[in-house]
Design a protein around this ligand. Structure first.
Ligand SMILES: *Cc1c(COP(=O)(O)O)cnc(C)c1O
Length: 375
């Protein structure tokens, strides 16, 4: 059997056509009609005023922080349960990350701990300058509560929706709640441009500032004039051509991932000590990756890793959940507000193969092997 991937690129029909147009017109770089069209698709789909396509999701977070004026004396509250790329850009701007643990109904930033952290830091005279919340594995965070708290204390929110394009909360799309939202089109995400990202905002000043900074901060002058430090972060017209095609198939990719999730659930949920994350009422997840938990009190410690090794022997890729950032050596000196939730999720969880190009037959094999292993 050829390797079963966790989540691999899944091209549609039109990507090659848009890329060919770029070749035929020799508009390979920079920017160009595919970039404009792709940004318009994002704006329409997410329901937001502006989108800037960039070379990665990480670059988008970096520019999000810069556009909000975050700098070296600032504290940024960041979800601990996430990929490190959520937090790295806090260090790029020399600000201080403070990590916030998750709640157990969406696995994302716990609003209660968030408010506790804000109040606690304010008593020491250090009001946080921004909040980075993540919609992990496609499940929207509790944005009602998080935005209520952020608005109450007047702190801007950056939404890391790298894994959550197409997810929504009360029919409002992830990436459209905060001051700034970011997306990733890395190869393993729900759609890909072979590598890329985007920054979303309703604030036209933020959008124009980010466009400016992402293209070497060139001032409108007939010679090279710079008043700001710039970055070379734009997306190429080739990558955006792939993105245009991918946007046309996004709804199918979401329904396929959701079907895959439902199959795993139907087959495995009744086994003692196994659980999946449900959508709370009014939450819609794109189900980017299906994750499963093995209750330690039933399965003992490390069942997730044993299953991963078992599947790996059969050439099936599965992965540990994100190791919480408060556990990462690189962030060991950072402050954090913890409640044990992300530590438990990390200790008990496993991401199962979830790619939208996985066939029913392949998923049957994966399910059969998981059942074999558990027996
Ligand atoms: C993928 C990812 C990123 C980074 O996006 P890149 O395009 O790979 O730079 C950031 N945050 C989360 C949660 C991600 O999953």
């Amino acid at each position: 059997m050829s390797r079963v991937w966790l989540s691999s690129p899944h091209m549609g029909e039109k990507e090659k056509e848009f890329v060919a147009q770029a070749f035929d017109s020799n508009w390979v770089a920079p920017l160009g009609p595919n970039v404009d069209a792709f940004e318009n698709q994002l704006v329409d789909y997410v329901g937001i005023k502006g989108a800037v396509s960039l070379c990665s999701g990480t670059a988008a977070i970096h520019l999000a922080l810069l556009s909000l004026g975050i700098q070296d004396t600032d504290i940024v509250l960041c979800q601990s349960f996430t990929f490190a790329a959520t937090a790295f850009p806090i260090n790029y701007v020399h600000a201080e990350p403070v990590f916030i643990d998750s709640e157990s109904y969406t696995w994302n930033m716990d609003p209660k701990l968030l408010e506790k952290a804000i109040m606690d830091l304010m008593t020491t005279g250090k009001k946080p300058a921004a909040i980075i919340v993540v919609h992990l594995y496609g499940m929207p965070a509790d944005m009602d509560e998080i935005m209520r708290i952020a608005n109450h204390y007047n702190i801007p929110v950056i939404e890391d929706a790298a894994e959550a394009l197409g997810s929504s909360n009360k029919n409002k799309q992830c990436g459209s709640f905060g001051s700034v939202g970011i997306l990733s089109f890395n190869g393993n995400k729900i759609i890909t441009t072979s590598g890329g990202g985007a920054l979303l905002s309703d604030d036209e000043n933020i959008i124009s500032k980010v466009r400016h900074l992402s293209a070497q901060a060139k001032e409108p002058a007939p010679y090279y004039l710079h008043k700001d430090i710039g970055y070379n972060y734009r997306m190429s017209n080739i990558c955006a051509g792939i993105g245009r095609g991918q946007m046309e198939v996004l709804p199918y990719r979401i329904s396929k991932r959701r079907e895959i999730h439902e199959r795993y659930r139907e087959e495995l949920e009744l086994i003692d000590g196994i659980s999946f994350l449900s959508e709370p009422e009014n939450f819609f997840s794109n189900r980017w990756l299906t994750t499963v938990l093995f209750d330690k009190s039933v399965h003992g410690e490390g069942k997730n890793e044993l299953l991963r090794l078992h599947l790996e022997k059969l050439n099936i890729e599965s992965r540990a959940l994100w190791k919480p950032l408060h556990q990462q050596p690189v962030f060991k000196n950072c402050k954090s507000y913890l409640n044990g939730v992300s530590d438990r999720l990390y200790a008990e969880g496993l991401c199962l193969p979830s790619g939208s190009n996985m066939t029913v037959e392949t998923q049957n094999i994966v399910i059969k092997e998981i059942k074999n292993f558990l027996n």
